[in-house]
Design a protein around this ligand. Structure first.
Ligand SMILES: Cc1cc2nc3c(=O)[nH]c(=O)nc-3n(C[C@H](O)[C@H](O)[C@H](O)COP(=O)(O)O)c2cc1C
Length: 303
């Protein structure tokens, strides 16, 4: 069987598959479906300094090619996360990648400091690219200066590996990858959802209470693939890739263009077993194609 272990910026993952933030709760929600420690890591829903209610309902809409959401980063706040949610992942022994957000560089740093040294926390993923909150989120991730400021502030606040999550709605992700590296990031992840909208024609209203949302799912996979391929051209740090992974082939596409690990997101809403199905399919495909180690396949794209 192909060797699947990878190193994502200092996180030893026994295989390259994790979950996409916001689509897998805090891990425990999926315990009834499979042992989450089968995954290389579990990436949890965004955590900020204090509890946050998110956006009003409705905040989901199914659209051709995927899902539009405007959850607005609902969450219990970092202290409740540490007390109530983290112990499950620590007990399972699966590395937890904690997705962090805030409305200022200081808040990102505050959350990072609170998570320092907490059992189970393997890495911080910095959500500087959510399209669904007015402050913070994408407003940091679409300008190199503010993006780098957040990464620098978190770098100064923690010794944990850090991984900024890049926005897809920029002309070129490469300046962001370079800025992340200069600011001390250990890895980068991409892509977050793409800003979008759906309307109810008869009611003449937006479907989402927030009016606009973030598009995820199979329709964004080609966009994600292009961004990951371009990111890999300048990345000296490993890449965690996500965007529309529905099956093992989609995941391997990302490894082929240069990603070290992959995250399964929206697919999990259709099939709670999607992350394990993707993992097993990747192993089978690599075996069938005589690839002994997934790391040998990384960046093997022929041009
Ligand atoms: C319902 C939902 C909630 C999400 N919440 C977060 C979040 O809290 N933090 C974050 O960085 N990304 C969040 N995302 C973005 C995903 O992690 C991922 O980047 C995106 O959905 C693309 O992957 P996919 O097409 O496989 O879903 C969310 C996505 C969805 C669909």
């Amino acid at each position: 069987m192909a060797r699947m272990a990878v190193n994502l910026g200092g996180v030893a993952m026994k295989n390259p598959v994790t979950t996409a933030s916001g689509t897998f709760g805090y891990g425990r929600e999926y315990d009834a479906f499979f042992d989450v420690s089968r995954l290389g890591a579990v990436t949890v829903k965004g955590v900020r300094a204090r509890p946050w209610p998110g956006n009003p309902l409705p905040r989901h809409a199914e659209v051709p090619g995927g899902l539009l959401n405007a959850i607005g980063l609902q969450g219990p706040g970092v202290e409740a996360f540490i007390a109530d949610d983290l112990p499950f992942l620590a007990a399972r022994g699966v590395p937890a990648i904690v997705n962090v957000w805030g409305t200022s560089a200081e808040e990102y740093a505050q959350v990072a400091a609170a998570l320092e040294g907490k059992p189970g926390v393997a890495m911080l993923e910095l959500n500087v690219s959510c399209p669904n909150v007015k402050e913070g989120g994408a407003s940091f991730g679409t300008r190199v200066e503010t993006f780098a400021e957040v990464v620098r502030a978190v770098r100064a606040a923690t010794t944990l590996p850090i991984m900024p999550k890049l926005a897809p709605n920029v002309p070129d992700v490469r300046p962001f990858v370079r800025a992340a590296q200069e600011a001390g990031a250990d890895a980068v992840s991409l892509i977050n959802t793409l800003p979008g909208m759906a309307v109810d024609l008869e009611a003449r209203r937006p479907i989402l209470a927030n009016r606009t949302g973030g598009l995820s799912g199979p329709g964004i996979h080609p966009i994600a693939l292009k961004h990951v391929w371009e990111a890999a051209q300048v990345a000296e740090v490993p890449i965690l890739a996500m965007g529309g992974i529905m099956d093992a082939k989609d995941a391997l596409d990302f490894i082929l263009v240069g990603a070290t690990a992959v995250a399964v997101g929206t697919a999990t809403f259709l099939d709670p077993l999607a992350p394990v199905r993707v993992l097993e399919g990747m192993e089978r495909w690599l075996d069938d194609h005589g690839v002994a180690d997934v790391n040998d396949f990384r960046g093997a794209l022929r041009l």
